[in-house]
Design a protein around this ligand. Structure first.
Ligand SMILES: [Zn+2]
Length: 438
């Protein structure tokens, strides 16, 4: 097994002298310097951080741990005052990404990048993708890429740096057409959104005529059900990537051990905090992922609350790297549905149950009001839409989901065919359609 290529990449980024092996102390020293610079820069240049950090002296950051004395930045802050985050003049803004704020009816978030900010991402994509591909591969990207500076565009640029062919297909609307494209283009590596690639596999389980050997899933929660189904059907190795627009698209990628993410630690500083009080939790304990950008110019983010739940491993990675390793995302902190006894469950828990059924192509979940009661409505796109098969699937799912919700909420499961199904694509969540009247 090869050590993650991110180790050598980070060693060069933090300017370790040639021959000196990458080590955590050197990474921490680099991060400390960059954290100080970022705090001073953001405080001086952005209106938001000028206000938030008015009383804070960047020289008071004497260790990377001292960053935890700074206040958090929330998605709502970006949605509320996007322009107040900008640190550069308008002509230096190269790309603006507008994102819906999931689970709330609030304003969309806007994230700004300079050309240099995007170059950092291309560089990460270049080195990260060498984990699973080389110059002989043909990579199809089932994510948006038509605009300059979009994730697909940046990935193609990164792949091109090691002579690897990247082809942007875009999000999938027609699984038959997407499968034909894989065959026609002799694709060996796929990059896509978990729910879409699972649906592609479930609608085309036989793989006689395709050459896909590796799949990188990104942009949303990766269920173990999806990983197992893709591996079983196509025999492909499945890798995970963790990142979001706010991290500059890229965040961390699995090595060949495929057991947690190595992070883009030269560009991002990650912490795990207890969601309720914001205190940092020790490695090995679950909490909310929080990150600070270290090199971003248009819109640095300081202690940004991602809403994603995970932990750092305490054991070294089987690949042998000195880099830290973030566990798979265990769910979301917000966007949850509440049961009668106060317990919550999320789309990520539903994914593990609903997607484990091989007859499910895709599904959506919503909380609705039925006769004055909360009802969880699960709409499933089924692989087999014949009436008897659909009925059997509905019964199986009802039993399986009941084990999670334990009769604390009414359930309704309905199967529909592809024509009547509109999948949620990015950041899938349990949609709240309750009327609130009893
Ligand atoms: Zn590793």
């Amino acid at each position: 097994m090869r050590v993650t290529p991110l180790e050598a990449w980070i060693a060069s980024k933090i300017a370790l002298p040639a021959g000196q092996k990458c080590n955590l102390q050197a990474i921490k020293a680099y991060q400390l310097e960059k954290l100080r610079e970022t705090v001073a820069y953001a405080r001086a240049k952005s209106r938001f951080y000028g206000r938030l950090l008015a009383d804070f002296d960047p020289d008071d950051i004497r260790s990377v741990e001292d960053i935890s004395r700074l206040p958090f930045t929330y998605p709502e802050d970006i949605a509320g005052y996007p322009n107040d985050f900008i640190c550069v003049s308008p002509q230096d803004i190269w790309r603006i990404v507008t994102l819906p704020t999931s689970g709330t009816t609030g304003k969309p978030k806007r994230v700004f990048f300079t050309d240099d900010d995007l170059e950092l991402t291309v560089d990460f994509f270049h080195h990260g993708m060498t984990t699973l591909s080389d110059g002989s591969d043909r990579v199809m990207i089932f994510m948006s890429g038509s605009k300059q500076g979009s994730v697909g565009d940046l990935l193609v640029k990164g792949l091109d740096r090691f002579s690897c062919t990247g082809i942007v297909y875009g999000p999938i609307y027609d699984y038959e057409a997407a499968y034909k494209a894989l065959v026609k283009e002799k694709i060996t590596v796929i990059v896509g959104i978990p729910s879409q690639i699972l649906a592609l596999v479930r609608t085309h389980p036989a793989r006689d005529d395709i050459a896909v050997r590796k799949v990188l899933l990104s942009a949303d929660y990766i269920s173990s059900a999806a990983v197992s189904a893709i591996t079983a059907a196509w025999g492909a190795e499945v890798y995970g990537h963790y990142g979001m627009t706010e991290t500059g698209f890229g965040g961390g990628v699995e090595c060949q051990a495929r057991h947690g993410y190595h992070l883009r630690e030269s560009d991002l500083y990650f912490e795990i905090v207890e969601p309720s009080d914001g205190c940092r939790v020790p490695d090995g304990c679950y909490g909310e992922i929080v990150f600070t950008t270290l090199n971003r110019k248009a819109m640095p983010l300081i202690r940004y609350r991602t809403g994603d739940k995970a932990k750092f491993f305490t054991e070294p990675c089987p690949c042998g790297t000195v880099l830290r390793r973030l566990d798979h995302i265990a769910g979301r902190i917000r966007d949850n549905a509440k049961l009668k006894d106060g317990k919550v469950f999320s789309i990520t828990e539903l994914d593990e149950i609903v997607l484990a059924n091989p007859s499910v192509v895709s599904y959506n979940a919503a909380l609705e009001t039925r006769s004055g009661y909360d009802c969880l409505v699960i709409t499933v796109q089924a692989a087999d839409t014949r009436e008897s098969a659909a009925k059997r699937l509905e019964e199986e799912l009802l039993k399986a989901v009941q084990r999670l919700t334990k009769d604390q909420i009414r359930l309704e499961i309905k199967t529909v065919d592809a024509e009547h199904f509109t999948p949620q694509v990015l950041k899938r969540h349990i949609e709240d359609k309750r009327t609130g009247c009893l």
